[in-house]
Design a protein around this ligand. Structure first.
Ligand code: PEP
Ligand code: MG
Length: 312
C-alpha cells in the first residue's frame, strides 16, 4: 500500500493536469537541509530562524548569522528559500528579547513583527546578514515577517527589507485580521505565506499549546478555510507553511482555494506530492468548495475526500 500511495512522488509538485504547485520544506537551520533535499524539496518555504537565537543571553553575531543563512541558501541554487525573520515571543520565548511588560496572554502580546518593531536594530542586523549571505548566489531569497496584522505593518516590513537590499519581501498571514483584509496588505509586499498553525489558534480562540483543545486546533474548521480563501485570492502568490500543508487531502483543498505553493516538514513531501499528482485542479477546486460548504471540521474533511478519489 505504501508503494502505491507514493506513486507519482518524484519530480516537481503538480496536479494531474499539470498545474504547478512548488513543494518546499520547513527547516530550522542548515542541519535540516539534507532531509529536505532527500525528499525532493524544490526549495525552502519556511526557514524558522529562531533556533539560532535560542538559549542564549545575546543575539548571534553578524558573522554567525551570515554563515548559517549562507549554508541554507547555497543548497538550493535553482530554487527559492523563504526566510522568516525572528518570531520571538509566545510559544517561542527568547531570553534576550523578553516582552517589555507583564503579559497575561503571550500569544496576544508582543511577538513576531511586534517585537521587531520594538527592536529595529535586531531586525536590521538579521536582514543585513541575509543580504550578505545571498550575495553572489543564484537562489531566490524571499524574506517574510511573522505575526503581521495590517497594511501598516506590512509596509513597515517591506521598507526595512528594501533598505537592507532585500528585493522580495513578504508577510505571513496568521492573524485573522490580516487574512480578512489580505487585499489591503497585498499591494505592500510580493507574496503571502499562510501560517495555518497560528491562524487556526486565533480563528478558533484555542491556544495551540493546550493539548485538551486539539479538536479546535483543526485547520479543517470551515472558518479557517474561509480565512484562507481571501488571502489566496488577493492577487499575489500565496503559499501555506503551516501543518495543514502536510495533510494530503487538505493540501489538495488548499490548492483548490488558490494557494500557489506548499511548505511542510520534509518527510511529508512524498505523500503530498503523490496526492497532488493524482488529482486535477478542477477536482481540488470541487473539494475546496465542498469543504467550505460543510458545517464542521469532520464534515469538511469527509466532503473534501469524496471529491478526491485518488487518496488512499
Ligand atoms: C504557523 O503559525 O502556521 C507557522 C508556520 O509558524 P509557527 O508554527 O512557527 O508559528
Ligand atoms: Mg506562526
Amino acid at each position: 500500500a505504501r508503494a502505491s500511495a507514493l506513486e507519482g512522488s518524484t519530480g516537481p509538485g503538480a496536479t494531474k493536469d499539470g498545474h504547478r504547485v512548488p513543494l518546499l520544506a520547513n527547516i530550522g537551520g542548515p542541519t535540516d537541509v539534507d532531509a529536505a533535499l532527500l525528499n525532493g524539496a524544490e526549495g525552502v518555504g519556511l526557514y524558522r530562524t529562531e533556533f539560532l537565537f535560542l538559549d542564549r543571553a545575546t543575539p548571534p553575531s553578524d558573522a554567525e548569522q551570515e554563515d548559517a543563512y549562507r549554508k541554507v541558501l547555497e543548497a538550493f541554487p535553482e530554487g527559492r528559500v523563504v526566510v522568516r525573520t525572528l518570531d520571538a515571543g509566545a510559544d517561542k520565548p527568547l531570553a534576550f528579547l523578553p516582552p517589555p511588560g507583564e503579559e497575561p496572554n503571550p500569544a496576544l502580546g508582543e511577538r513576531g513583527l511586534r517585537m521587531m518593531r520594538r527592536h529595529p536594530d535586531v531586525q536590521a542586523a538579521q536582514l543585513a546578514a541575509l543580504a550578505r549571505a545571498a550575495t553572489g548566489l543564484t537562489v531566490k531569497l524571499q524574506v517574510m515577517a511573522p505575526m503581521v496584522t495590517d497594511a501598516d505593518e506590512a509596509a513597515f516590513f517591506a521598507a526595512a527589507c528594501r533598505e537592507a537590499g532585500i528585493d522580495h519581501p513578504g508577510v505571513m498571514i496568521e492573524v485573522p485580521a490580516a487574512a480578512l483584509r489580505a487585499r489591503d496588505l497585498a499591494p505592500e509586499v510580493e507574496f503571502f505565506s499562510l501560517g495555518t498553525n497560528d491562524l487556526t489558534q486565533y480563528a478558533c480562540a484555542a491556544d495551540r499549546q493546550v493539548g485538551g483543545l486539539a479538536h479546535l486546533q483543526d485547520p479543517w474548521q470551515p472558518a479557517v478555510l474561509d480565512l484562507v480563501a481571501p488571502a489566496a485570492s488577493a492577487g499575489i502568490p500565496c503559499g501555506v507553511c503551516g501543518e495543514a500543508a502536510s495533510d494530503p487531502a487538505l493540501a489538495c483543498v488548499l490548492v483548490g482555494l488558490g494557494v500557489t505553493s506548499l511548505s511542510m516538514s520534509a518527510p511529508s513531501l512524498p505523500l503530498v506530492r503523490a496526492a497532488l499528482a493524482r488529482h486535477t485542479l478542477d477536482e481540488c477546486r470541487k473539494a475546496a468548495s465542498a469543504a467550505r460548504a460543510a458545517r464542521t471540521a469532520g464534515q469538511a474533511r469527509d466532503a473534501a475526500r469524496a471529491h478526491l478519489p485518488g487518496l488512499t
